[in-house]
Structure formats: C-alpha cells, structure tokens
Design a protein around this ligand. Structure first.
Ligand SMILES: Cc1ncc(COP(=O)(O)O)c(C=O)c1O
Length: 429
C-alpha cells in the first residue's frame, strides 16, 4: 500500500493542528489523509481505494456523498438557510417526522452534535427530579462533556473505579456520575439503594456500540425502565448510534421499551451535522424554548437547513426504500460468512452484531459487559484490521471498535471482504 502522499501531508497537518486530527481517536496508525468518498468507498491521497466500514463512526447509513440526500440539501440551500429567529418550515417537517417515528418522542428539539444532545437531556433530567446524580455504564460513551466523560475505554485496573477521561474536568461532575456494569440489574438496583432519592437519571446506550456490539440481555432494558419508575428517576436512551440505524423508531422500538428522553444524532442526517433530544411532552415543555420553561436550551446553528433537509431526505429514503432490509441482510451475510471462516480455520472467536453493525472479538464467549471484553485479544484485533486496510477494506484500527454497513454496500463488497478476512486470518493464526 503506497502512502507517501499521506505521510507528506500529515507532516503538514501537525504544523497547524495538535496531532493533526480534529478528534482525539482519529490519530491511528496508518495515518491516512482522505480526499474522496463515494457510496461504500473512501479514497486516500495516494489514490488507494477502500471499502469503508468505519463510516465516520456511524452516520453514513445510506452511503458517503449520497446523491439523493446531497441534492435535497443543495436544493434547500438555494432558497433558505438559518435565521436565528422564529421557526423554519423545514424544522416543522423534520420534527413531525421524528415524533411520528420514535416512540418516546412526543416532542423534539434540534442541536448539532450528540454531545450537546446528551448534555441537554441530563440537564433536563436534573431539573425534572431536582436531583444531581447520574448512572452511566462502564464502557459507554455519551460525548465529551464533564457529566459523562468518565469510565469510557478504561484500563483494566480502572474498571468501575474513578476514571475521568480528561484533565480539567470538574470534580463535582465526575463524582456525581455513578458507574454501573451493563447487563447487571442488581448492580443498578444497589446503586439506587445506596444513593436513595439522589439519582436524577440513568443514561444508557441501549446497545453499547462504543465497545463494539454488546447486546442487552433479555429484560435488561425493561429492568432499567422499572428501576427508574420505582425510584422516580428519568430513563435516557442515548440512541446517537442506534437511532435510525437499527430502525426508524430507534432501538427502543425494536426492544419495546420506551425511555423518558432520547438523544439522537449520526445516522439521522446521513453524515450532515444534526442531533436531537426528544421525549415526553410534559418534560420537553420544561425547556425554555417554551415560554415559561425553566431549562435553558439554545444554539446558534440549531435547526440549520443543512441538518433539517438532510434528515428529512434520509428519513424519506428509509421510509420508501428497503434500506433496513438491505443493510440487515448484508449484516447477516457478513456475520455468517465470518463464522463459517472461523469454523473452517478451527478458530475460536466471537462474531457480535446487530443489523448493519458487527465486529469480531478474539475471545471464546459472548461478552456481556466491558469487563468481559478484557478477554479480547487486543493485539490480534488491531493487527487483523491493519492487514485488512492494506488490502483495501477500512475498519478502524483500534481495539473493540465496531464496523458499519450502508445501503450503498453490495453483496459483492461483502463477499470480497470475506475473502480478504479469510486470507488475513490464515496469515495471522
Ligand atoms: C452513543 C453516543 N452518544 C453521544 C455521542 C457524542 O456525539 P458527538 O460526537 O456527535 O458529539 C457519541 C459519539 O460517538 C455516541 O456514540
């Protein structure tokens, strides 16, 4: 794989930007400079083409530079943009679509990133309950802000302990976020008990995709719902990854469990910056976008025509075309194909996934939580991915990161990937 141009440009990038990247975990080896994207493919500065499974961490549910969405954005921008006063017709249409599809969404407010959405949902939960503490799960990611940036990809000796993700965080924020083990209702119940009448909310990725694909066990999400009801706490589903990717109604629709508040982002606008917080009307009306509301909600770029038109277009395509059928079928084809390869090679590994998302953990049982994932062979996980990148299949070369399939991927892409996976595994084992 030729990457002289990437190397040259990276030297330039680090002159202007610390580390040369604009999100910390983008700084991986090989450091490539990307210059073009189209459907299921991305291209680097040296002209190498990759089948893309990184999908920018998930937004591209239809594919990169998807013409039908781009055209709607361009069309919108030929007549409208952003006003900073009043309401746009596109905002109304977009909000109508979301509230019709997402079970928990009586009402919705727009912002621009998942981190903003989770910040807003948490602040609202504190106002509703007049409490401060928050329960989050080890390994889950809900954005970069102080309330949630702890116990993400913790080192083994820091699991469940005080593990802030950054210097400069407020002690009060760190200490008011309590950490539980995913799929362990007893742990959550005990945490409520120890912090009686102090927990404002549980925030949870209904499938913790930030650690690949750890599925909720039967009854776990319903158990969280029940514990929140018993303890008068707010249940927040962070569907920034699962929303729209797994169903137009989010994973809450698939699971049949309705949270009080939902955060959304990524796949909703097929790659354009757009996010939302939604929930029960009586709660949403506490935001001060409603006259008399006492919970601050603002943002210069909220409701920009780029995000609203992209969301409307993306949702319309998901409503009228077999998007989910296609990506789910390809997901199954990939997972089954990899399992057959493992069997042929006599390998013990666990192929995890749901719908269009999958990953192979190099361990011999199904992980139920972050601690289980310490059994994954991290070195193998990353070398496997690097070797696939060399062959033109891009998966994030980082431990326990997931892969995504889009509507633009074809059976042929999947079959070519499977062939490469078999070749790479033969080399590695
Ligand atoms: C589940 C989840 N919530 C929130 C966020 C934060 O979203 P953003 O990066 O758009 O701020 C992410 C980002 O990866 C996420 O995966």
């Amino acid at each position: 794989m030729l990457n002289t141009k990437s190397k040259e440009l990276y030297e330039e990038a680090i002159k202007y930007t610390p580390g040369g990247v604009h999100t910390s975990i983008r700084n991986v080896d090989p450091h490539l400079i990307f210059t073009k994207s189209e459907g299921a493919y991305i291209y680097d500065a040296d002209g190498n083409k990759y089948v893309d499974y990184q999908s920018a961490f998930g937004p591209y549910i239809l594919g990169h530079n998807y013409k039908a969405v781009n055209d709607r954005v361009i069309e919108a921008l030929s007549t409208t943009d952003l006003y900073g006063v009043g309401t746009t017709d596109l905002e109304i249409k977009c909000a109508d679509k979301i509230t019709k599809n997402v079970p928990s969404a009586d009402q919705v407010l727009f912002c621009n990133s998942g981190s903003e959405a989770t910040y807003h949902a948490i602040r609202l939960s504190r106002a509703i309950t007049n409490r401060t503490k928050l329960i989050k799960f080890q390994g889950c990611y809900h954005g970069w802000h102080d309330y949630v940036a702890r116990n993400m990809l913790s080192a083994p000796d820091m699991i469940g302990k005080r593990d802030p993700g950054s210097a400069g965080m407020m002690d009060e924020a760190i200490d008011n976020t309590l950490i539980c083990t995913f799929n362990d209702l007893d742990d959550v119940a005990a945490t409520f008990h120890k912090n009686k009448n102090e927990v404002a909310a549980i925030i949870v990725e209904p499938i913790p995709h930030n650690i690949g694909c750890v599925m909720p066990e039967d009854g776990f999400l319903q158990g969280l719902r029940d514990l929140c009801d018993e303890n008068n706490a707010v249940l927040i589903f962070d569907e920034v990854i699962t929303g729209f990717r797994h169903d137009l109604g989010g994973f809450q629709k698939v699971a049949g469990v309705t949270p009080d508040l939902t955060t959304m982002g990524k796949a909703m606008a097929n790659g354009f910056p757009m996010a939302a917080v939604a929930g029960k009307k009586e709660y949403m009306e506490r935001y001060n976008t409603n006259p008399g509301g006492d919970v601050w909600f603002a943002g210069t770029y909220n409701g920009h025509a780029v995000g609203t038109s992209a969301t409307i277009a993306t949702m319309e395509i998901m409503e009228t075309e077999p998007v989910h059928k296609h990506i789910f079928e390809l997901g199954d084809r990939m997972r089954n194909g990899i399992r057959e390869i493992h069997e042929r090679l006599g390998m013990k590994a666990y192929v995890a996934g749901f719908g269009s998302v999958w990953t192979t953990y190099f361990m011999d049982f199904e992980p139920k939580n972050y601690t289980d994932l310490m059994k994954n062979d991290a070195e193998m996980y990353v070398s496997y991915r690097k070797k696939l990148i060399e062959r033109g299949f891009f998966k994030m070369p980082m431990n326990i990161k997931r892969n995504h399939i889009s509507y633009s991927h074809t059976k042929e892409d999947i079959d070519n990937t499977l062939q490469a996976i078999e070749d790479v595994l033969k080399e590695l084992i």
